[in-house]
Design a protein around this ligand. Structure first.
Ligand code: UD1
Length: 342
């Protein structure tokens, strides 16, 4: 019999790819919770088109404790939960910090409470490398001390991890926080990908929007950083690699392999890529010239960050499969399909 896994934020970018991966390559039965404030329920149609399977989707707000409890009660036979749902734009979080604290933390607290109350107990948290802040040593390992977060978004992830750490001490919940670096790209089919309802603000969706004429130009936020070409360095990682890591993390907990009740794992490729290098990789695979200009630095940005993968590859036997050009290729394929849909 298939084992249910609750996926919050399942219509979102990483959530939908994880659901897809679960259907295609595991016997888990994903149950989606998503209020669609920054995602489209169409994600479930797209998944159905690819897999022939319809995923059960609850369109509720996780800050609403009553509604959340109802879903958990109905699905108390689930074996694990992956909690993706959150607001996640760094720049926006600087502008509206209270919305970020309120949404990201009260939803987490509800989800944790009902995870324990309904005996689901295996909990994967969607965390972020942004909580390392500006680091003095690269690559970043899980031992790297956490610096002051550069944005309220990053701080919600830091506090979120602390909340989980406190809660596993007084509950049966076992948890892993996966600290993503920069997830990009799309499923190899090109039929599903990042589809922000609001104006895109992450780099790759902006790149593909500009390339397809939906946005006029890309502004590179700063070329006067202390890096090899002056633009910021990030560790871009393919979303399907991220999705696979979530499934391995669920299995790791289910197989009782985790020694403590709480652990953290970095999810990156280990390669640092500058904004300009990413643009060049895109131009190469899409065979076009991207309209971009150099602009001011963006508030809340860290200069350079990339991952040390040792721990995650040991724990989960996971290694990322996609390189930067594949990432750009799949992102572009998806954007072109999205353009046809519109
Ligand atoms: C941040 C977090 C990441 C999190 C993500 C969620 C860090 C280091 N990483 O990613 O963990 O998952 O938010 O949203 O904080 N850029 C431009 N022009 C644009 C857009 C972006 O130059 O129009 C640059 C940014 O300045 C940055 C890079 O591209 O250097 C990547 O930006 P973005 O895609 O927004 O992700 P992060 O902010 O790095």
């Amino acid at each position: 019999m298939s084992k249910k896994v609750i996926v919050t934020g399942g219509c979102g970018y990483i959530g939908s790819h994880t659901i897809l991966e679960m259907i295609e390559n595991t016997d888990f039965e994903p149950i989606c919770i998503d209020n669609n404030i920054n995602s489209s329920p169409k994600a479930m149609d797209r998944i159905e088109k690819i897999t022939g399977k319809r995923v059960k989707h609850y369109a509720i707000d996780l800050c609403d404790a009553k509604a959340t409890e109802k879903v958990f009660k109905e699905n108390s036979d689930a074996v694990a939960i992956i909690h993706f749902a959150a607001l996640k734009a760094v720049g926006e979080s600087v502008e509206i910090p209270l919305e970020y604290y309120n949404n990201n933390l009260s939803s987490l607290s509800n989800v944790l409470r009902f995870t324990h109350q309904y005996g689901i107990d295996n909990f994967i948290f969607s965390s972020s490398c942004s909580l390392y802040g500006n680091v003095s040593e690269l690559p970043v390992s899980e031992e790297t001390p956490l610096n002051t977060p550069e944005s309220p978004y990053a701080n919600t992830k830091k506090i979120g991890e602390e909340i989980i750490q406190d809660y596993v001490k007084v509950s049966n919940v076992k948890a892993i926080s996966l600290r993503y670096f920069n997830p990009v790209g799309a499923h190899a089919s090109g039929l599903i990908g990042e589809d922000p309802i609001n104006k895109p603000n992450n780099l790759v969706p902006v790149v593909t929007a500009v390339a397809s004429g939906k946005m006029e130009k890309l502004t590179v936020f700063g070329d006067d950083y202390d890096t090899r070409d002056g633009s910021c360095i990030r560790d871009y990682i393919h979303v399907t690699d991220i999705a696979r890591a979530h499934i391995s993390a669920v299995n790791f907990l289910l197989e009782g392999k985790q020694e403590s009740n709480y652990d953290v794992l970095n999810l990156g490729t280990g390669n640092g890529v500058t904004v300009i290098e990413l643009i060049k990789a895109f131009e190469k695979v899409a065979q076009l010239k991207l309209n971009y200009v150099i602009g001011e630095r963006r508030g809340g940005d860290v200069v350079a960050v990339y991952s040390d993968n040792t721990k995650v590859s040991q724990y989960l036997q996971w290694t990322p499969e996609y390189g930067i050009e594949n990432m750009m290729e799949t992102a572009w394929k998806w954007q072109q399909n999205l353009n046809k849909e519109a």
